[in-house]
Design a protein around this ligand. Structure first.
Ligand code: NAI
Ligand code: BGC
Length: 269
């Protein structure tokens, strides 16, 4: 068996890859040989920086601005990707936001925004990718699958989160979305998997790690006693997208240093 996951000649789109986990995933997929689309919402310079980093190591990448919660922008992004790379082999639905507040104070706008980007965005992108995977089918010598979809979920797919009801609901929704399309698309040789990260050091949760006090408090929730890094998730995504994971579909892999082990019960209950 080939020991290094190879994504050679495969075209990958990572939504929200100008920052954080998406950037870590894009760099890892590029290191495994994939050519990348770096999607971003607003930060053009950050996206171009990721493109430059990939090109500097001999890889291929270009950036596309698109709001994943807008159908026409998603369709235009896929059209641009197909014009450049001809097709898509790997979609990583990573874009996500938090708009936190107490439940009773939560505005409809903040509810809709989070569900729109985190959940509807995954629907819109997955639908476009699946249509192309079905049209094209398996290409021998490239991958055993006709296509791979990776859905960035969270430990909050299963851990309820007070003060973040819109966010946790979007991640719970991703779980059933991912499993249902995995069931429907498996006969087309399309794999769909979820990644459930624990606390990963990125801008989304800066307040949870940017002071020693905050980090100490966070670490009480992580038995393995370290915060995760974007490259942890990048390595997992590259492996899941490769043929080494060809028999995995319809499940979420948690990568969380044990956050889902209910550490509060270690000396309690
Ligand atoms: P981040 O804030 O660094 O990155 C968010 C990304 O989403 C950015 O690249 C941004 O351009 C993109 N984005 C935001 N709105 C968008 C839109 N409308 N259309 C397209 N792209 C948009 O945060 P992070 O942590 O890298 O988050 C990435 C994913 O990982 C999210 O889905 C988040 O829920 C998930 N996650 C993060 C964890 C963490 O501890 N950092 C843990 C579990 C899940
Ligand atoms: C959230 C982070 C949080 C982590 C662990 C993620 O889904 O986006 O803010 O640190 O879960 O609770």
């Amino acid at each position: 068996m080939n020991q290094t996951p190879s994504l050679k000649n495969q075209a990958a789109l990572v939504t929200g890859s100008d920052s954080g986990i998406g950037k870590g995933v894009a760099l890892a997929l590029a290191a495994a040989g994939a050519k990348l689309v770096i999607n971003y919402a607003h930060n053009h310079d950050a996206a171009e920086e990721v493109v430059s980093q990939i090109k500097a190591t001999g890889g291929e990448a270009f950036a596309i601005q698109a709001d994943v919660s807008h159908e026409e922008e998603v369709k235009a992004m896929f059209a641009q990707m197909f014009a450049r790379y001809g097709t898509i082999d790997i979609l990583v639905n990573n874009a996500g936001v938090q708009k936190d507040s107490k439940f009773v104070d939560m505005t409809l706008d903040d509810w809709n925004k989070v569900i729109g980007i985190n959940l509807t965005g995954q629907f819109l992108c997955s639908r476009e990718a699946a249509k192309e995977f079905i049209r094209r089918g398996v290409i021998e010598d490239r991958s055993s699958a006709a296509g791979k979809i990776i859905c960035m979920s969270s430990v909050h797919e299963i851990i309820p989160w007070a003060g973040h009801v819109n966010y946790a609901t979007s991640k719970g929704g991703i779980s059933m979305f991912m499993k249902s399309i995995a069931q429907e698309l498996a006969p087309h040789k399309i794999r769909v998997v979820g990644i459930g990260p624990g606390a990963i050091k990125t801008p989304i949760n800066k307040s949870a790690w940017d002071t020693p006090e905050a980090l100490d408090k966070l670490l009480t929730l992580i038995p393995y006693n370290r915060i995760g890094q974007p490259n942890d998730i990048g390595q997992l995504a590259a492996w899941l997208a490769s043929d080494q994971a060809d028999y995995i579909t319809g499940t979420t892999i948690f990568m969380d240093g044990g956050m889902t082990l209910y550490p509060g019960f270690a000396e309690n209950g």
